[in-house]
Design a protein around this ligand. Structure first.
Ligand code: UD1
Length: 337
């Protein structure tokens, strides 16, 4: 069975994708520097799949090591590249870290793949590339707006680097997946999101508040032009998201891609407001959540949800889980922590 490199494979989306790959019979080798992941995630992957993936702990910013690694693993048939920094606020404070970590590592990987007769590459992109889109739902044709943060900019630059590489070298085949808001955990509750410190994202903040780790959730603004005044996002179960990587990878391995660089939105197609997410949590947990409405958060967009037609028809993939399913899994996972 084909061997797949998963960079950042011990992270949140990466670990769920490793499980999906192993369950589909792929041989997986993970590279992760553990900067935002725990080595214990390997135990979770083993418990779910019965298989321990190969694992190397090193930093892809080390160009020499990256070269050596790819020489050693010449038989890799595909790369899924998750390893990156992802905190918007941190990227504003430390932009050079973000450009080095997210852009240099991508270049080093592509430089090696560029030498192969056939290379297959899946890139973690984000709906952040659209900024506040003018039309909802957001299609892949929506214009890419000036990035609001260095983090967002690294995703735009990353896509551009891959696109140009694919244009120059038809042996490199790539798919950029633009994620909307991943939430939830594996149904076994053996892997899930592990935020370090105070969560910046909504769902881990909610579940930690439900568990008594945080006292109160602040809802950032209720005067937006939405149905209940709170911001709207497209929350997608991380297992659905992981499965989309499998489908995208298989498309490249089967040479079914129409162009050697393709882009897909990965979302559910449904927008949910912050208050709707809170209500969903209250339903699945049978708890009342302590929250209060506070000022808007700087940089937040009003609304973002995906047009999923392209992923549905071209990839043949569709998100299956409901918001309640995802919140239920997030809550069960929280209770194991
Ligand atoms: C954020 C990032 C985005 C990144 C994504 C990754 C920003 C501005 N954007 O998206 O670039 O790709 O995470 O997951 O940081 N909320 C609250 N209270 C909280 C936390 C969040 O009300 O304590 C609200 C936010 O205002 C927003 C929604 O919940 O309306 C979702 O927030 P979040 O989970 O941070 O995701 P995004 O802002 O969509």
């Amino acid at each position: 069975m084909a061997k797949i490199l998963v960079t950042g494979g011990l992270g949140y989306i990466g670990s769920h994708t490793v499980v999906a790959l192993q369950e589909a019979g792929f041989k997986v080798v993970i590279v992760d520097n553990l900067s935002n992941a725990s080595i214990k995630v390997l135990d979770g992957i083993l418990a779910i799949t019965g298989k321990l993936p190969e694992f190397e702990n090193f930093d892809l910013r080390d160009k020499h090591k990256t070269q050596q690694f790819l020489k050693k693993h010449e038989d890799i048939s595909g790369v899924i590249h998750f390893a990156a920094s992802k905190a918007v606020g941190e990227s504003v404070e430390n932009p050079l870290l973000y450009y080095e970590n997210n852009v240099n590592t991508l270049i080093y990987l592509l430089q090696e793949l560029n030498k192969k007769d056939n290379a297959n590459f899946i890139f973690s992109s984000s709906c952040t590339v659209y900024g506040q889109a003018d039309v909802m739902p957001i299609t892949e044709e929506a214009p890419i707006k000036q990035a609001e943060s260095p983090y967002g900019n690294t995703k735009q630059i990353g896509e551009a680097i891959i696109k140009d590489t694919c244009k120059a070298n038809k042996n490199v085949n790539a798919i950029a997946l633009r994620y909307f808001n991943p939430i939830g955990a594996h149904k076994s509750s053996k892997i899930g999101e592990l935020p370090i410190g105070v969560p910046q994202n909504l769902v881990p903040y909610i579940t930690q508040t439900g568990a008594g780790i945080r006292e109160q959730l602040s809802v950032f603004g209720d005067d937006y032009p939405t149905t209940d005044g709170t911001c709207v996002r497209d929350y997608i179960h991380v297992v659905d998201l992981a499965n989309a990587h499998l489908v995208a990878l298989q498309r490249l391995l089967d040479k079914e891609n129409q162009n050697n660089f393709e882009v897909f939105n990965l979302g559910t197609g449904t927008g949910s407001s912050v208050l709707e997410v809170i209500k969903s949590f209250e339903r699945v947990s049978n708890k009342n959540l302590n929250y209060k409405i506070v000022e808007r958060r700087e940089g937040d967009i009003v609304s973002a949800f995906a047009d999923t037609k392209k992923a549905n028809s071209v990839l043949g993939w569709k998100a299956k889980s409901t918001l309640d399913d995802a919140m239920d899994s997030a809550w069960k996972w929280q209770q194991t922590l």
